[in-house]
Design a protein around this ligand. Structure first.
Ligand code: ZN
Ligand code: ZN
Length: 254
């Protein structure tokens, strides 16, 4: 099977939508279209026709393009089946048990609540679309969940193979990385990564995709077990959930 073409589409001020194009079938999905115009431009440039919209969660900066794109392309909207009320125009509700199929491809759906109560990730072709749950070097705010829920959701993502490419909802990597550095100043993998991130951002390039392996080494929200991080927080004997909660609280005030 030919790998999917994946195109990053910057939207609004710091959102990313993603086009997934299957050359064999011609199917083309967009993940989390914040707004329609940049998605339409990217489609036109490539000569692709939109067949599906995939939503990780209901926030407007991830769904704002849904209805105008559906009107123009007659595409099918796919999102969390347990939360239909918050997805206007949703055609196909999916969850972890149902999964989904994109043409001939099996798509894993992971339920990863905490940023919102019905947040999901789509995993296919060695790529995970993690919305606002897992960011490069960060995680989403706990709008509708607890630290325990976020730790459970992140732990689920951590079971994906290390070479899984991570496509997240926002370009927050540089500020996330600066915060991470305050917690683990001795983490050499982190310093090396920030060097690359700063160079990419200086050229205006996205820092996406990351990989699960890189996130495990450099993302403080996947590292509540880190001795250095715990020492910084003064929480050597706390549980992973307590450490994650404190890390999130500090990031909210960073
Ligand atoms: Zn969100
Ligand atoms: Zn967002």
């Amino acid at each position: 099977m030919t790998p999917l073409d994946i195109e990053i589409v910057p939207c609004l001020s710091d959102n990313y939508a993603y086009l997934l194009h299957d050359r064999e079938s011609g199917l083309c999905a967009v993940v989390d279209p914040s707004e329609a115009p940049p998605v339409k431009l990217a489609l036109a440039r490539r000569g692709w026709k939109l067949s599906h919209i995939l939503n990780t969660h209901h926030h407007f900066d991830h769904t704002g393009g849904n209805l105008p794109l559906k009107e123009e392309f007659g595409c099918e909207i796919v999102g969390p089946g347990k939360d239909r009320a918050r997805f206007e125009g949703l055609d196909t509700g999916v969850d972890e048990a149902t999964g989904w199929r994109f043409g001939v491809r099996d798509v894993r759906v992971l339920e990863i609540p905490a940023h919102t109560s019905s947040h999901i990730a789509f995993v296919l072709d060695g790529a995970a679309f993690t919305g606002d749950t897992l960011f490069a070097m960060g995680c989403g705010r706990l709008f509708e969940g607890t630290p325990a829920m976020m730790w459970s959701s992140l732990s689920k993502l951590m079971t994906l193979p290390d070479d899984t490419r991570v496509y997240c909802g926002h370009e927050y990597t540089q500020s996330n990385g600066r915060f991470a550095l305050t917690l683990e100043p001795g983490n050499a993998a982190h310093a090396a990564r920030m060097h690359e991130v700063d160079a990419m951002r200086a050229k205006g390039q996205p820092t996406i995709p990351s990989t699960m392996g890189l996130e495990k080494r450099t993302n403080p929200f996947l590292r509540p077990m880190s001795a250095e991080l715990r020492k910084t927080l003064g929480m050597e004997n706390a549980s992973d959930v307590e450490v994650l909660g404190e890390t999130r609280r500090r990031k909210d005030n960073f």
